[in-house]
Design a protein around this ligand. Structure first.
Ligand code: PEP
Ligand code: MN
Length: 327
């Protein structure tokens, strides 16, 4: 349930409601908002009787929350959330955000060249994997902390904010020291200990949709992170598994307007892992913008033919430049 208070409710009135919720053994979570003060009641096993709080001083309304996810739901937070990363706002009515970079960090030169190129084109967020979740144990696994150090150097030199993946509960502590956004990949969307740990992170989290996850499951995964105290979550649609085999995954663009209806969190699209082939990345990027996504995260590489992972779906710089113009 959501307890809505007057916009000008006093600190004392808010505290009295918080204490009353606690006295029932439930967890009160204040919900920040521009136009009102609200307290979300969590941890209740059954329905909460609105009469318990409705007549308390400052309370204007008690609204039952019908969804299993509470903190990510629009019911509890009607205004769009905007997550700011390295001075770039993502979400709400902010400009369409572009995150670009290689699938994996391969060398210092590759990362510095990419960061210089991005800076020259006004792109202020760079991706690059240091820990790669690979299907085969024999495939390139990423360069780990060395890669994080090169990313940090690129950040320092060119001012690009860094997005990189933490693949497990062990490496997230190292990753979050170097980056602006910790990515949780599709294969880890329901890694609950990682989600809980991300909830305690001081860094923003990019949560990709699992390749067989429903939107409810995806939002419940985000709920873990918000429930841990980290409200800076960006959702990322990256395609799901279907019977279609003409692209690597099937980009579910319909999830964008659906998620925007259900949740206040920003949602971006990864057209690269959806397509699997570079030729289809630009049209899927334009489509993402057209359906209302708040941005894209796209793979680019200075020399895709030599990439150690996902070269086939990576755009060379000149093709990325063309795409940016049309976007
Ligand atoms: C990636 O971003 O490099 C990646 C592995 O993505 P996903 O988790 O969507 O497959
Ligand atoms: Mn990749």
């Amino acid at each position: 349930m959501l307890i809505v208070l007057n916009a000008d409710a006093s600190a004392q009135e808010i505290q009295t409601v918080v204490d009353a919720v606690r006295s029932h053994g439930w967890d009160p979570k204040p919900m920040p908002g521009a136009s009102r003060t609200a307290i979300c009641v969590l941890g209740n096993k059954g329905p909460v009787d609105p009469d318990l709080f409705a007549s308390m001083p400052g309370v204007v309304q008690c609204i039952p929350v019908t969804k299993p996810y509470k903190l990510v739901s629009r019911e509890t937070h009607p205004d769009d959330s905007v997550v700011e990363v390295n001075g770039v706002p993502i979400g709400g009515k902010s400009a369409f955000a572009v995150i670009a970079g290689p699938c994996a960090v391969e060398s210092r030169q590759q990362i510095l060249d990419t960061a210089a190129f991005l800076k020259g084109h006004g792109v202020r967020l760079m991706r690059g994997g240091a820990f790669k979740p690979r299907t085969s144990p024999y495939a390139f696994q990423g360069l780990g902390e060395q890669a994080l150090q090169w990313l940090a150097e690129a950040r320092q030199q060119y001012g690009v904010g860094i997005v990189t993946e933490a693949t497990d509960h062990e490496n997230i502590a190292m990753v979050e020291q170097y980056v602006d956004v910790v990515q949780i990949g599709a294969r880890n969307m329901q890694n609950f200990s990682l989600l809980r740990r991300a909830g305690a992170s001081p860094k923003a989290v990019l949560l990709k949709r699992g390749m067989a996850a429903t939107i409810d499951e995806w939002l419940m995964a985000a709920e873990y992170i918000l429930n841990g105290g980290n409200r800076r979550v960006i959702l990322c649609e990256r395609g799901v598994r279907t019977f279609s085999d003409h692209t690597r995954n099937t980009l579910d663009l319909s999830s964008v307007p659906v998620v925007k209806k259900m949740s206040h969190l920003p949602i971006i699209v990864d057209p690269s892992h959806a397509a699997g082939v570079r030729e289809f990345v630009p049209p899927l990027s334009y489509g993402s913008r057209a359906v209302g996504a708040h941005g894209i995260i796209v793979e680019i590489h200075p020399d895709p033919a030599k990439a150690l992972s996902d070269g086939a779906q990576s755009l060379p710089f000149d093709q990325f430049r063309e795409m940016l113009k049309r976007l």
